[in-house]
Design a protein around this ligand. Structure first.
Ligand SMILES: C[S@@+](CC[C@H](N)C(=O)[O-])C[C@H]1O[C@@H](n2cnc3c(N)ncnc32)[C@H](O)[C@@H]1O
Length: 277
């Protein structure tokens, strides 16, 4: 079976897959995905060799753990889930206990099997699969009220197979693309530019500001010059048109996306930029 993303992730690209698939090169050497998140495109493309990266170590630790010890992860997640109380109020308390344990890992920089298993469970029990931390670096997303199982063992084993020939890195997107060369395929799915330009101050707090979007556009041009095939996605806003001027851009209206809903139709139209025609 083909593996599917195993975490819920804000900005996941599942909805855009029908459009992105049309741009997958027929053949390429290495695949690079430096903003991995839930990895919707990685799992859909199923490349032979890949370099995967995210700046969030909890995310990359989960991928690395699945690659190295899928069975260990499945076991530990099932132990954590079996200990879930039957009572709804107690389930809420249990979530906050798990969250505290997860935070012990984050604040002490301990990324291991336990942290991966806790992340897997918390990701499915927290509000909207969000990943938000406070000033002290503690994950602070509240309980979503659900205690459903967070994984399918078959999917985790399939994911481990897909990850067998990957290098998993934790860091900035520019470093992650250092080895990209002619014949490689690079998919860039950074955090979104805001729909209103003046919201950038808020975005910068979240960690991806105007300067980062400029660095990303510089990387796009650099990868183009190296002879890579490059695809990037973002909101269809003037800044993105300006930064990627001269490249082919496809604007994807909300009704061409799977599961498009009213809030998306209200304005968050996506743009896909590529470096070939
Ligand atoms: C829009 S999400 C990617 C979603 C992914 N394509 C999916 O299908 O789920 C952007 C990701 O970039 C990561 N990120 C943010 N700043 C970064 C940076 N400077 N370098 C690398 N990754 C970064 C975030 O942690 C997040 O996982």
């Amino acid at each position: 079976m083909r593996a599917k993303p195993f975490i819920k992730w804000a900005g996941g690209k599942r909805q855009l897959l029908p459009e992105l698939r049309k741009l997958y090169p027929e053949s390429f050497e290495n695949y690079f995905e430096p903003f991995l998140g839930g990895g919707a495109v990685f799992f859909d493309l199923a490349p032979q060799h890949a370099v995967l990266n995210d700046i969030n170590p909890a995310v990359t630790n989960l991928y690395q753990t699945i690659k190295d010890d899928a069975e260990g992860l499945i076991q530990l997640v099932s132990e954590i889930e079996e200990a879930t109380p039957a009572d709804k109020d107690e389930q809420k308390q249990y979530y906050y206990q798990l969250r505290s344990q997860f935070n012990e890992g984050l604040t002490s920089d301990t990324y291991d099997l336990k942290n991966a298993a806790l992340f897997m469970v918390i990701n499915h029990r927290c509000f909207n699969g969000l990943f938000r931390v406070n000033r002290s670096g503690e994950f602070n997303v509240p309980f979503n009220g659900s205690s459903r199982p967070s994984l399918s063992p078959e999917n985790i084993h399939a994911a481990a197979e897909s990850l067998a020939n990957t290098e998993i890195l934790t860091g900035d997107f520019v470093d992650a693309c250092e080895k990209a060369k002619e014949g490689d395929f690079v998919f860039l799915d950074s955090p979104y530019a805001p729909l209103k330009f003046d919201s950038f101050t808020n975005y910068a707090k979240e960690g991806f500001g105007l300067e980062d979007h400029e660095r990303l556009a510089t990387l796009f041009r650099d990868l183009d010059a190296r002879g890579c095939r490059v695809v990037m996605t973002n909101h269809d806003v003037p800044l993105i048109h300006q930064l990627y001027e001269g490249y082919s851009a496809l604007v994807v209206p909300a009704n061409r996306m799977i599961n498009s809903n009213a809030s998306r139709r209200a304005g968050s139209v996506e743009i896909i930029v590529r470096n070939w025609t």
